[in-house]
Design a protein around this ligand. Structure first.
Ligand SMILES: [Zn+2]
Length: 510
């Protein structure tokens, strides 16, 4: 019987290699033929010292983006972005950022209390400033018409400095406090205030606040920060009772700073499309993502470094996932699954998941045609017998992910270290928020412990410390999982009751 079937296949189809038997054995699929030297070469390039830690908006970051784009070109992926100002297609989606310089020198003087910038306070916004003005206390500096709550009620702050508390009366996470802080600055400016002094009281040690916010800061250009009136805004260490007391007691304050300079920079998400093979299902697609940016060199890394080694190579975080993405690009383009596959290498993850946030707000294909996002990102690994998947049991594709991993001798560990909230700490969350089932496929670990921290955001995270046998298997398992999901009869669904399920209902209209 077998012989007869072969005879019916036209010769040109056999020769062209595009004919695939419906019952093709998995071992015949291209991802089972990926060579270790291919994945190793990608890793050694992307995490090379010459790429200087791939920091968003810097040359090494552009070189990495270029590398990914030219791999897409070689493999025949279709460009779906547009070249700025023309109608020609491009692999590069331009992502505009604003970069604010490192914190400035200066003083805030309240009577006898002289507070120095970089010690007692941090400038969060504003250029060169030399003010002496009345100061008005405005509680949390918020208003909420719906709750008839207005901290500015009866206050005239025109031409004055506003003194406020950080956060809200309800507890907030540190990232919420930061977002609220920007809102407060906008509101103060709208009320006519000329500066904001905020007593910072969040449950974060002050030295960590100084380290985390004193350095260069990158944000999306369109976040509204740039457009808002740029009044100077200081965070003063509110836990230091002397400062709080002095600022509350005086009528007038001196506020002097050399300012933090802001400028526009660009970086790129790199996107390529593989058309699906099924005439009906190819209108839908699966989105594969991994961030290719890392943190840079020296001080930019925010961790110890030496003169001999100051480059944060980001081999695990996240050249590893980018190699998996390139492996998928090659294997899935050689033998496309039923649904289409959009592959996007993301920038700006390390500066706040910004590349994926931008992409989700400016998708290159309609998001409601995207059935699934398989993101790959990781801090590192300490178990090369498994992969770890954040959101495995929430996103409806456990069987495919387990089948694919098993094919390469790997087990699957669901949601290690739940206390770390890892599901919401990578780019998948930008797509989950839109309603797309979006787990993150991560190198193997069961616990976020010292073994992981040894290389996580350290200069030692370089290709010399990578297990290349594992990199190959990981990339193959990722690719095969993507294929199995893209071939599914029915799209995966969020587990009932998941916090992202309402967004899914809105996105897919069911
Ligand atoms: Zn990462």
């Amino acid at each position: 019987m077998k012989k007869a079937i072969y005879l019916q296949i036209p010769l040109f189809l056999l020769l062209s290699g595009t004919y695939s038997l419906a019952q093709k054995k998995p071992q015949q699929l291209p991802e089972f033929q990926t060579k270790k030297t291919e994945t190793e070469a990608h890793m050694r390039f992307l995490a090379a010292d010459e790429l200087m830690g791939r920091r968003t908006g810097e040359m090494g970051n552009f070189v990495a983006a270029r590398y990914v784009a030219e791999q897409f070109r070689k493999l025949g992926l279709s460009p779906v972005a547009e070249n700025a100002g023309s109608n020609t297609a491009s692999y590069f989606q331009n992502v505009p950022f604003e970069k604010m310089g490192a914190s400035a020198a200066g003083e805030i003087i309240a009577d006898a209390e002289i507070m120095k910038a970089g010690e007692a306070w941090l400038l969060m916004n504003g250029g060169e400033t030399n003010l002496k003005a009345p100061i008005v206390y405005a509680s949390f500096g918020l208003e909420d018409a719906a709750k008839s709550w207005d901290d500015y009620k009866g206050l005239d702050v025109k031409g004055k400095i506003v003194l406020i508390e950080s956060g809200t009366p309800d507890p907030q996470t540190p990232s919420e406090i930061i977002a609220t802080s920007i809102e407060k600055r906008k509101l103060a400016a709208a009320k006519g205030a000329i500066a904001v002094i905020e007593l910072f009281n969040a449950p974060v040690p002050w030295n960590i606040v100084l380290r985390s916010f004193g350095g260069e800061k990158i944000s999306l250009a369109e976040s509204g920060n740039a457009a808002a009136p740029s009044i100077p805004h200081a965070w003063v260490n509110g836990k230091e009772a002397n400062y709080a007391r002095a600022l509350r007691a005086v009528k007038e304050v001196e506020f002097k700073t050399s300012g933090r300079k802001a400028r526009s920079i660009n970086s790129y998400n790199v996107a390529g499309l593989i058309q699906g093979s099924d005439p009906k299902l190819k209108d839908e697609y699966i989105l594969l993502t991994a961030h290719y940016d890392h943190v840079g060199v020296g001080k930019q890394g925010g961790q110890p470094y030496t003169a001999e080694d100051s480059i944060f190579n980001g081999a695990r975080d996240n050249a590893f996932g980018t190699v998996a993405l390139l492996t998928a690009a090659e294997a899935l383009s050689k033998n496309p699954p039923k649904r289409s596959v959009l592959i996007v290498a993301l920038t700006g993850e390390e500066v706040g998941l910004l590349g994926s946030k931008y992409y989700a707000a400016h998708p290159l294909l309609p998001l409601n045609k995207c059935i699934f996002n398989l993101n790959s990102d990781g801090a590192g690994y300490n178990d090369t017998t498994i992969v770890a998947v954040m959101g495995l049991d929430r996103t409806g594709a456990r069987i495919e992910i387990e089948t694919a991993s098993k094919a390469f001798g790997l087990g699957v560990f669901a949601d290690p270290s739940p206390e770390q909230g890892l599901f919401d700490r990578s780019d998948n969350v930008s797509f989950a928020k839109e309603g797309i089932p979006a787990p993150t496929f991560t190198p193997g670990f069961r616990e976020f412990n010292g073994d992981i921290m040894k290389n996580y955001h350290q200069v030692s995270d370089n290709p010399e410390t990578i297990n290349f046998n594992y990199l190959l298997k990981f990339s193959q398992a990722y690719t095969y999982a993507a294929r199995l999901i893209a071939d599914r009869k029915v799209a995966p669904q969020w587990t009932a009751g998941d916090k992202y399920e309402p967004a899914a209902k809105k996105l897919y209209g069911k």
